[in-house]
Design a protein around this ligand. Structure first.
Ligand code: C2O
Ligand code: CU
Length: 465
């Protein structure tokens, strides 16, 4: 049965999701309220995860002692966010998946200066696309994401789609000791393999939260993997679910959800038709041999009498068509590193370890002063490119390209239904092809979103001129 504590915890995670002075209108209903102006104070904070963690953990947060924030934007309307850095170290914010001007992309040394302690930075842009996105620090990322500087972005559609409820799930494992202190975040032996997994599984920073929805209703569930290591394999038990969107973009044809792999940085929007009163639905991760429910939804209240026939597809995002015929092909080999790091950093988060490389180059840190700093690929504005991501390692890598949606076209090893994405899972010995139009100028990072891999060499960038 549902305990009141669990229920309040779960609904609070969303209801109180507006941050700063922003409060959602109804804490119990998960109503989404777009707010266009934020002030985020990056600071040291405390969060009590409970369960096996006995004391509050020393986390980083954008607002004191609150849960992971959701940032709301409105498609086609200007958004602004003043980042104030009250941390003892520099930081920035990256708007993962949002298409914007390069100067707003939040990559220190590549698109902006780091925001030093005591400084502030104004991010301002107009999101073209609706959907589910991801905001996170991009400075000393492994540490700052692990400590909490990461959360969901919801860009509301121009025309509100017709769902009975909207539930956001931010999946993250924490690397904590029982006393609330953080464990080692980079264990070399593990960084050279799949990465270091967290030991406390949370959704919206809570252990197995339980939500309530009306029976026989259509519930949109937004899933974000903000964890920096784990690739989840999700199923829905107790009801049928369909996939609506991947990485913010509605898929061409809504299809049944099966067992879906979702890696760090990736998102999936699904819709669940909730069961009859009193029954519940579980969203389960089975990426390990001990599956666990990441969240559950209990049907309670008055039946909404919905049917699958009531479901309408989401409006498409305005992505420019590709010119695949004339596309130039660039190949990227994701491989083990050669033990040499280019441009080892002078002032931030470079690792002393190098385990990974893109096209034989290992960048763990970008040094803008370096005479040898050069893009992994130099592209021309408005041309369509096909990128071949070739994984020649025994690990799976979620490869993220900043600033663009690419069309995931095909794989040499499995059937891929073509779709738009900003992060793609490339499995061991797999080569996938993605295509995109290089229609915004600038230097755009491209890296593995398993952050230990990123930090130990699997980073590059493209230049569009
Ligand atoms: Cu979400 Cu450079 O990443
Ligand atoms: Cu990787």
């Amino acid at each position: 049965m549902l305990s009141r504590r669990k229920f309040l915890a779960a609904s609070g995670a969303l209801g109180a999701a507006g941050i700063g002075s922003l409060v959602a209108p109804n804490a119990m209903s998960n109503l989404l309220t777009p707010k266009l102006n934020y002030v985020l104070n990056a600071q040291q904070s405390k969060w009590h995860f409970g369960g096996k963690i006995k004391s509050p953990a020393d986390i980083f947060s954008y607002q004191k002692n609150t849960q992971t924030p959701i940032i709301y934007m409105q498609q086609g309307e200007q958004f602004s966010c003043l980042l104030k850095n009250q941390l003892p170290e520099p930081t920035t914010i990256h708007w993962h998946g949002i298409r914007l001007a390069n100067a707003m992309d939040g990559v220190p040394f590549l698109t902006q200066d780091p925001v030093y302690p005591g400084d502030e930075f104004l991010y301002q842009f107009t999101p073209k696309d609706a959907g589910t996105y991801f905001h996170h620090s991009h400075f000393n990322s492994l540490t700052q994401l692990n400590r909490g500087l990461a959360g969901m972005i919801i860009v509301k559609e121009k025309q509100q789609p017709d769902f009975d409820q909207d539930i956001a799930l931010n999946l993250c494992d924490w690397r904590l000791n029982a006393d609330g202190s953080f464990q080692e975040l980079l264990i070399p032996k593990k960084a050279a393999r799949a990465g270091t997994f967290g030991n406390l599984h949370t959704t919206n920073w809570q252990v197995e939260p339980e939500f309530i929805a009306k029976p026989n209703s259509l519930v949109r569930v937004r899933i974000l993997v903000s964890d920096v290591t784990r690739i989840f394999k999700l199923t829905v038990n107790g009801a049928k679910a369909k996939i609506l969107a991947i990485d913010g973009n509605p898929i061409d044809e809504i299809r049944d959800m099966q067992r879906e792999w979702i890696g760090p940085g990736m998102r999936m929007d699904i819709v669940i038709l909730t069961p009859d009163e009193g029954q519940s639905v579980e969203i389960v991760n089975s990426s390990t041999n001990k599956p666990w429910p990441v969240a559950s939804i209990l049907s309670k209240g008055q039946s909404q009498k919905r049917q699958w026939g009531d479901l309408k597809p989401l409006p498409k995002n305005p992505i420019e068509p590709l010119d695949l015929q004339g596309a130039e092909i660039h190949r990227f080999n994701f491989s083990a590193g050669l033990g040499v790091q280019e441009d080892l950093g002078i002032n931030c988060a470079a690792s002393e370890y190098i385990f990974w490389a893109i096209n034989k180059t290992s960048i763990g840190h970008l040094d803008p002063m370096s005479p040898t700093l050069r893009p992994t690929a130099a592209l021309k504005l408005n041309k369509t490119y096909i990128f071949e991501f070739a994984n020649v390692t025994p690990q799976t890598h979620p490869i993220h390209l900043h600033g663009f949606f690419f069309r995931v076209l095909e794989s040499n090893r499995r059937t891929i239904i073509p779709h738009w994405a900003d992060t793609a899972l490339v499995k061991p010995d797999e080569t996938i092809r993605v295509a995109f139009k290089a229609n915004v100028l600038g230097n755009w990072l491209m890296h593995c979103h398993i952050l230990e891999h990123q930090k130990t060499g699997m980073t590059g960038f493209i230049n569009v001129s």
